[in-house]
Ligand binder design. Structure first.
Ligand code: LLP
Length: 421
């Protein structure tokens, strides 16, 4: 990512040398680039120009208020999956009219809060949820706007843990049964059917799975029109991938050009298209800085034991995910031929606690590393396992920077706990 680049041999976030941030705030440390967020947004807004498109940031990828506020200012809506995420949107003054509420397990209080706020749409994932939503809305004297999240049974060709559009997933309503459920929804006076929704997976690199899903959903929309159910928007979910290593994912423009071509072919260009991108708006806008505590050379392996761990970045442990590792003071091209092959591991008491494996690095104790592509699903999946305070988050903006969340204090980790008398 161009906003994290070597200048004078030192890795920078925009105009700020990462070593200076590590010095001032300590490690581990998340560092985000405001310009990278803006550029990622621009790719969507340019692609959407002149078209009826609403982009709702899939905020589970990164829900820091500074990030949300940036996207709000740029005009983004939000895809939320909990009452907690709704509270964050409201805390930055986000427009509930641009909020879609996804998720298989919405609780009553969450439905109430979202109805109270006036969200754009509930993406309903089961018949039981539909009945509960109708009840909750009726009790409040409100009408809930709904889409059904349909499971189009397409293969997104991504990691099984983050592929969600196949039949065997817990998500959505099978496309074959969707018409019946829509008819039921249309009968309930406290519901207003407004859309059709799907989300087929994450870290998708090709456009074809989206188009397969689109065709199936457009068939459904025509069938519903035959039943007198008129759909106003089509939500294609999130899922556009990013480059972690050498991927060349589809772009928002490729997606929307193709989508609108197909809409036009069916005379459906009046439909609003909603997207819920998470990773592609934030993933390459952040890094996780960590410093080498110890080098340990065993018969089998060389280990670099660093001060970040699986509690700070769970993706390698959970998905076997690959994140690039940069040496902050030494560009890859300058590493000597005798650089060693290292596993970069954390201090947590689990064999699964690793951040990178088999990397050519030229390390000394105290060296600073940047784990790249840590803007998405990094802090939001972080825990305090092993009583490790979650790191600070810094937002860089040109040559300046701001702490957007301080490092947690040790005391705060157990301040609310009580011992028995
Ligand atoms: N909409 C829905 C309904 C979703 O479930 C998700 C992500 C998104 C939008 C945003 O998807 P994105 O554009 O970020 O691909 N923790 C995993 C990713 C899990 C994605 C869950 N759903 C990871 O670190 O790779």
């Amino acid at each position: 990512a161009p906003h994290f680049a070597f200048k004078n041999q030192v890795l920078h976030a925009e105009d700020v040398p990462l070593a200076a941030l590590a010095q001032e705030f300590g490690t581990p440390l998340y560092v985000y680039s405001r310009k990278a967020l803006q550029d990622a947004w621009q790719a969507y807004s340019t692609a959407a120009e002149g078209r009826n498109v609403l982009v709702c940031f899939g905020m589970k990828a990164n829900s820091n208020l500074a990030v949300l506020n940036e996207f709000r200012q740029l005009g983004s809506g939000f895809d939320i999956v909990s009452g907690g995420e709704l509270a964050r949107v409201l805390a930055v003054g986000g427009d509930p009219g641009k909020v879609v509420f996804s998720g298989v397990g919405k609780q009553e209080w969450e439905m109430q809060a979202a109805l109270q706020a006036g969200v754009k749409c509930f993406n309903v994932e089961s018949e039981a949820e539909l009945e509960r939503l109708a009840q909750v809305a009726a009790q409040m004297g409100k009408v809930a706007p709904v889409s059904l999240r349909v499971n189009p049974d397409v293969d997104a060709h991504t990691h099984p843990y983050i592929s969600t559009g196949l039949k065997e997933n817990k998500f959505g309503i099978a496309i074959e049964t969707a018409p019946e459920v829509y008819k039921r929804a249309a009968q309930l006076s406290s519901l207003n059917v407004v859309g059709v929704d799907c989300h087929i997976g994450s870290q998708i690199t090709e456009v074809d799975p989206y188009l397969d899903a689109l065709e199936k959903l457009l068939d459904l929309i025509s069938a519903l029109a035959g039943d007198g159910i008129h759909i106003k928007h089509l939500d294609l979910g999130g899922g556009i991938g990013i480059r972690y290593t050498d991927e060349t994912p589809l772009t928002p423009k490729m997606l929307l050009d193709n989508v609108f071509e197909r809409l036009q072919a069916r005379g459906l260009e009046h439909l609003q298209i909603v997207l819920e991108p998470g990773r592609s708006l934030v993933g390459n806008s952040g890094v996780l800085l960590t410093s080498v505590q110890y080098l340990k050379h065993t018969e089998a392996k060389n280990f670099a034991i660093v001060d970040a761990a699986m509690n700070d970045l769970l993706r390698p442990t959970l998905y076997d995910a690959w994140h690039s590792v940069e040496q902050v003071a030494q560009p890859a091209g300058q590493r000597p031929a005798d650089a060693k092959t290292y596993d970069v591991v954390g201090p947590i008491c689990e064999s699964g606690d690793w951040l990178a494996r088999d990397r050519q690095l030229d390390l000394r104790q105290g060296d600073l590393l940047a784990i790249m592509s840590a803007g998405a699903y990094a802090f939001t999946m972080a825990s305090q396992y092993n009583t490790r305070p979650r790191p600070a988050e810094i937002m860089v903006d040109g040559g300046s920077y701001q702490v957007v969340r301080p490092r947690e204090t040790l005391e705060s980790l157990f301040a609310d706990e009580k011992v028995l008398p």
